[in-house]
Design a binder for this molecule. Structure first.
Ligand code: 8YV
Length: 310
């Protein structure tokens, strides 16, 4: 008999086909799972942002493994998983380049007003009206918050734009070409662009505070490709409205898919629907790793990319 699996967030059709071939897959729609089904579910596949709601995890009494189709673990209760002996895996290493690419795209898009330029052309304004000049990217001082794999991949790309890079992280990584700045506000103050690449979770909640954004200032750009929770979103909106923060380019939000109404109307903001890893190539690789991790678990061999238990 095939093991039973709960698919909490849809995946690519080719990946779902692989899951369907190996498991009896229940697709979660948010409603209560009948107890006779819940007790048969041994594995979960879910997204990084979606994770596993605590109440859902409680109902799955025989859960053995959670395979996250992403790198964020903030939406899964890792302590509870460890307590229950539930294995947790991520798609470590696979999506780093895509997230860094999107950070650069957001940076370029916001500084060079790409969205406004696109709308200008589409609205037949070219030759009629005037677009204000945009701002130069090359040579801008970049501050990176969170210097893990994604942060370092962003730094690598930024060097191609002659951007001096400094960073704030949990610890000094003694990198040869990027100074560590132990004071986040000081980093914001000295940066033209601040990119958030830190992990989400309680430890980083509202790390990008009102003070940090004020320090970035009226000419500064805030880019977020990590988790919405890392930024105090209400303060962000207010500072943008007041002109105390120059621009924002955001892939993630505090209560996805809800985006503050005020942001939708701002021209100095670029918005994306949590899409940093959403390329065909990467999602395929991520999905294959999810399938491989689940396969390893049910074959009784070590997980490929387990989350270290806490
Ligand atoms: C994905 C993510 O969008 O890696 C993560 O933690 O949030 C993103 O890469 C997500 O996992 C797919 O739902």
């Amino acid at each position: 008999m095939k093991p039973e699996l709960l698919l909490v967030e849809p995946m690519m059709p080719e990946i779902e086909a692989l899951l369907d071939a190996a498991y009896t897959v229940h697709r979660y729609d948010g409603s209560v799972i009948p107890s006779n089904v819940a007790s048969r579910i041994r594995g979960i596949a879910t997204g990084g942002g979606t994770g596993v709601p605590a109440a859902l995890m409680r109902t799955l009494s025989n859960l053995e493994v959670i395979a996250i189709n992403g790198v964020g673990t903030d939406a899964v209760d890792l302590k509870e998983a460890a307590r229950r002996g539930i294995g947790v895996t991520t798609t470590l290493n696979v999506l780093t380049d895509d997230v860094a690419d999107l950070a650069m795209a957001l940076m370029l898009s916001a500084m060079r007003d790409l969205v406004l330029g696109d709308q200008f052309v589409r609205n037949h304004q070219w030759g009629v009206g005037q677009l204000p000049l945009a701002h130069k990217v090359t040579g801008r001082k970049l501050g990176i918050v969170g210097m893990g794999q994604v942060g370092q991949a962003i730094a690598k790309r930024a060097r191609g734009f002659d951007m001096p890079v400094s960073y704030y992280s949990r610890r000094d990584l003694a990198l040869p070409d990027a100074p560590f700045v132990p004071d986040l506000q000081a980093l914001a103050e000295q940066s033209d662009i601040l990119v958030v690449a830190a992990s989400g979770g309680a430890q980083s909640r509202h790390l990008i505070s009102r003070d940090v954004m004020e320090a970035l200032g009226p000419c500064g750009l805030l880019v977020n490709v990590s988790r919405g929770s890392v930024v105090d979103e209400q303060a962000l909106v207010e500072l943008l409205q007041q002109g105390k923060l120059g621009k924002a380019a955001l892939d993630v939000f505090e209560s996805e898919p809800r985006v503050p109404e005020a942001l939708l109307k701002m021209k100095n903001v670029v918005l994306q629907p949590h899409r940093a890893s959403a390329t065909v190539e990467t999602r395929l690789q991520m999905g294959q790793l999810v399938v491989a991790n689940l396969g390893a678990h049910f074959a009784g061999v070590p997980l490929l990319t387990p989350v270290q238990s806490i």
